[in-house]
Design a protein around this ligand. Structure first.
Ligand SMILES: C[S@@+](CC[C@H](N)C(=O)[O-])C[C@H]1O[C@@H](n2cnc3c(N)ncnc32)[C@H](O)[C@@H]1O
Length: 212
């Protein structure tokens, strides 16, 4: 679902810094070779994640849901010197594809790509995160949030993707499991006194949360 008219969307694209060659190739190859290519963040959201990362200059980013690595590469662009991004995905079938793209990036040394279930990997990470990007299975968004909130430094950020779920969140007739999960997640954030938050209608909706 498009939230803004196609001509305005195109105008935004035309007035946004283009993807670099590697991201453009990754975008193309994901669409040509990988199932469910809609999951890739894409140009505008990728530039937004990169911009946020440059503003925050994080030392440590956690990404939950690598897919083909597009958003990991965008987030890595703003890392502080000696900064690192840990990105986790459960899908081992994509591992070679993703590692091949990471190796072509000058940021490869800053990317710690882990294959496995994020629910099991996050509890054994001891460091404090400056940014967490939640972009995996929707039924576990609340669990991911609970797992990371104490590991985010004060003043750090959690960003969650797809929180508008193609607009279904505001349609009372939509009662499928993922919609209910995302709705509950959004309410949980809205009611959490430990954070302040803004829901931005970028692509499928980004919830940006700052830990007080
Ligand atoms: C929406 S895609 C991520 C897109 C990517 N962040 C981007 O913007 O290009 C969601 C990914 O989450 C992964 N995933 C689902 N459940 C997971 C889990 N329990 N642990 C780790 N990754 C998981 C899927 O394999 C899939 O690749």
């Amino acid at each position: 679902m498009e939230f803004i008219p196609a001509d305005i969307d195109q105008y935004c694209v035309d007035h946004t810094t283009p993807e670099d060659d590697l991201l453009s190739k990754l975008n193309r190859e994901t669409h040509a070779k990988v199932l469910q290519s809609r999951m890739l963040s894409g140009h505008i959201q990728g530039r937004f994640l990169s911009m946020l990362s440059h503003m925050i200059q994080p030392k440590l980013i956690l990404e939950i849901g690598t897919y083909t690595g597009y958003s990991a590469l965008c987030l890595a662009e703003g890392l502080a010197e000696n900064g690192k991004i840990i990105t986790i995905d459960v899908n081992e079938e994509l591992e070679d594809f993703v590692r091949d793209f990471f190796k072509q990036s000058p940021l490869n040394d800053k990317i710690d790509f882990r294959i496995g279930n994020a629910l099991q990997i996050i509890p054994v990470i001891a460091d404090a995160f400056d940014i967490v990007f939640i972009d995996a299975d929707k039924m576990n968004y609340k669990n991911y949030y609970d797992l990371v909130i104490d590991k985010v430094r004060t003043g750090g950020y959690i960003i969650a993707d797809n929180v508008l779920w193609s607009g279904k969140v505001s349609n009372p007739a939509a009662k499928d499991k993922d919609t209910l999960n995302i709705r509950e997640f959004n309410k949980m954030i809205q009611d959490d006194a430990r954070v302040e938050n803004i829901l931005l209608p970028i692509r499928d909706g980004l919830m940006v949360v700052r830990k007080k």
